[in-house]
Design a protein around this ligand. Structure first.
Ligand SMILES: NC(=O)c1ccc[n+]([C@@H]2O[C@H](COP(=O)([O-])OP(=O)(O)OC[C@H]3O[C@@H](n4cnc5c(N)ncnc54)[C@H](OP(=O)(O)O)[C@@H]3O)[C@@H](O)[C@H]2O)c1
Length: 262
């Protein structure tokens, strides 16, 4: 039977690539983002290539009531969410004391609040049916504090911790939870939205493509892996992190991400 995957942040980057992977693996789709025009283009593309049902919903998930409204809309359309992919998220670069507070609130609500609320809404029907899959996109940022992107790193730690706890709670129910932790990834709008222009580790290293990350995330979800860190280098970094004093790791990230001196 064809399953339906709800993917947030599907208008570009990793979310768009995830939509393509789910479509290629015979899933109907509910694609969510703010840019409805981009979603409609993707709807056309994926419907033509795969002949599946692709629904698109324009929605700003940084608004506190957005998950409830989105869920009600899905229910009105009598759609079933078999797979929930909480991918939408963004970062914000700079010293915390200078940050734009409205942007920070939006970051925290999108990266943590809406992700958690959508799971709260979609999980009970999944448990009732005895089937469901949840994929939360965190980051390798989840594994340590991140000076000059403090709330972003903290939000991804939340996503990882929450997913691990949830996976434990729902063990044996037929519903699974996976947290995908990519490192810096090319072919996304992340760098621009986070205003990371001056800290250009995105240019210094050969980074994996969003399509590779999406394939990896889908495979991890399929094998019910709880924590999935993408790439050997990132896995090594995460492992080394665990062996090092936290203060040392924080200092290293702080140095790597420090804004250039004028
Ligand atoms: N790229 C990286 O290096 C990297 C590394 C590790 C983890 N990640 C994580 O991967 C996930 C996907 O990011 P990406 O790299 O693919 O970035 P991206 O290319 O900027 O894509 C972000 C997606 O989220 C959507 N989105 C942003 N704000 C939204 C809002 N308020 N409401 C609904 N949708 C919203 C965007 O669509 P609209 O603008 O149309 O709303 C877009 O579809 C994020 O959770 C990010 O933290 C990225």
């Amino acid at each position: 039977m064809v399953k339906t995957a709800l993917i947030t942040g599907a208008s570009g980057g990793i979310g768009y690539e995830l939509a393509k992977v789910f479509a290629a693996n015979n899933h109907d789709l509910i694609l969510v983002a703010r840019s409805i025009d981009k979603l409609q283009r993707i709807q056309d593309e994926l419907t033509k290539t795969h002949g599946l049902q692709v629904h698109v919903i324009g929605c700003d998930l940084s608004q506190i009531d957005a998950p409830q409204l989105l869920f009600e809309r899905i229910q009105q359309q009598q759609l079933t969410v078999d797979v929930l992919v909480n991918n939408a998220g963004f970062g914000d670069y700079g010293p915390f004391a200078d940050c734009d507070w409205a942007k920070q609130i939006a970051l925290m609500q999108l990266n943590m609040g809406s992700l958690t609320h959508l799971i709260r809404l979609c999980l009970p029907p999944m448990l009732e049916r005895g089937y469901g899959k949840i994929l939360n996109v965190a980051s390798t940022a989840a594994f340590q504090p991140g000076p000059f992107m403090a709330t972003y790193y903290a939000s991804k730690s939340y996503v990882m911790s929450f997913t691990e706890a949830l996976a434990h709670e729902i063990k044996g129910t037929g519903v699974t939870a996976t947290v995908l932790c990519p490192g810096p990834t090319r072919g996304t709008g992340f760098q621009a939205r986070a205003e990371l222009g001056d800290v250009d580790f995105f240019k210094k290293f050969k980074l994996p493509a969003a399509s590779e990350v999406a394939q990896f995330g889908y495979a991890a979800l399929e094998r019910n892996q709880v924590v999935a860190v993408h790439g050997f280098f990132n896995q090594l970094l995460v492992f080394t992190n665990r062996l090092m004093p936290r203060q040392l790791v924080t200092n290293a990230v702080g140095q790597l991400q420090a804004p250039p001196e004028n």
